[in-house]
Design a protein around this ligand. Structure first.
Ligand code: WQD
Length: 337
């Protein structure tokens, strides 16, 4: 069976993808430097997957380390998750984001090319659409970066598209994630942000376990049904399955593809709070405060191309996203502590 290298392998989306790839029969090799994840994830993957993870601790910006991995493992394709991903943080340390996200991508691609590997799944983001002019967002919607983080995703796509034009052997699947939430139904792996969560769902789950006193709702005066921000939340298990479909597309059809990975359904912050309270039985104390700079009112996908090109669509709804998030957080109040 084909062997897939996952970079950023012990991270939130990658760890769930690891399980999905293994369940689909792929051999997987993981690499991570644990800069934003815990080695404990490997134990949980062994527990959940019934396999001993093949893993290398390394930094994707370390060319020698990446070359050693390709020397030691016959890799057929790479799923490149490894990147810093906090929008606000990226405005504080842009050069670190460029070095890690762009430098790391170029390094991984160079190691791949030096070892004859030219099939790559690139972890992109709806952030490449900037402030959407029309909704739902299609893959032909205008692209614009609105933060250094967004710049690294947009430039990452542009560098890879140019590489494909220069070297046609390269085939890339560009996966633009909307808002990943949820956790493996076992509750044994899930999102474990360091410090104060930037994103809505981990903040909500930390309020639910009593780690945070209340949630600040950033803005109640948007032109949306209830005035709060609307986003396209997608279950991380659906997202993981989308990556399996993308790997299969590259290996079986040897063709590039760019797709939105979203549900096509937008939910407001207050919708999420209500759904989470119903799923958890907990009350989420919250206070509507000023808008967060850089936020858009609404953002949700047209996911039809992923269905047409990959034969994939999301199947899990908001109640399941909330129930699985709660099971993870309530079972691991301190995350992977
Ligand atoms: C969702 C909604 C907030 C926190 C970001 C990145 C994107 C991707 C996903 C990496 C918004 C509101 C949030 C809180 C709140 N990351 N909110 N209180 O901003 O849509 O997307 O994360 O790829 O690139 O931009 O996600 O979860 O931060 O916000 O009211 O404490 O929840 O205003 O309406 P966002 P988010």
């Amino acid at each position: 069976m084909a062997r897939i290298l996952l970079t950023g392998a012990t991270g939130y989306i990658a760890s769930h993808t690891w399980l999905a790839l293994a369940a689909a029969g792929f051999d997987v090799v993981g690499v991570d430097n644990f800069s934003n994840s815990s080695p404990l994830v490997l134990d949980r993957l062994a527990e959940l997957g019934g396999f001993q993870p093949v893993f290398v601790e390394a930094d994707v910006t370390d060319k020698a380390a990446m070359d050693t991995i390709f020397d030691q493992h016959a890799i057929d394709a790479v799923v490149h998750f490894a990147a810093f991903k906090a929008v606000g943080e990226s405005t504080q340390i842009p050069l670190a984001y460029y070095r890690n996200n762009i430098g790391g991508l170029v390094n991984v691609a160079q190691s791949m090319q030096d070892h004859g590997v030219t099939k790559l799944v690139f972890s992109s983001s709806a952030t490449v659409y900037g402030q959407p002019e029309t909704l739902p967002i299609t893959e032909n919607s205008p692209l614009a970066a609105t933060s250094p983080y967004g710049t690294t995703k947009l430039m990452g796509e542009e560098l890879l598209r140019e590489l494909e034009r220069c070297t046609p052997a390269w085939k890339v699947a560009y996966l633009r994630y909307f808002n990943p939430v949820g956790a493996h139904p076992s509750g044994r792996i899930g999102e474990d942000p360091r410090g104060i969560p930037n994103n809505l769902m981990p903040y909500v789950t930390q309020v639910a376990v009593g780690k945070r006193p209340f949630l600040q709702v950033f803005g109640g005066d948007y032109a949306t049904p209830d005035g709060t921000g609307v986003r396209d939340y997608i279950h991380v298990m659906d997202l993981a399955e989308g990556h399996v479909a993308a790997v299969r597309h590259l290996l079986d059809r040897n063709a590039s593809v760019t797709v939105n990975l979203g549900t096509g359904q937008g939910y407001s912050v207050l919708d999420v709070i209500k759904a989470f309270e119903q799923a958890s039985g907990r009350t989420i104390a919250h206070q509507i405060v000023a808008r967060r700079p850089g936020d858009v009112a609404e953002c949700y996908a047209d996911p039809s191309r992923a269905k047409a090109e990959l034969g994939w669509s999301a199947t899990r709804g908001l109640p399941e996203m909330c129930a699985d998030s709660w099971r993870w957080q309530s079972g691991n109040p301190q995350g992977f502590a």
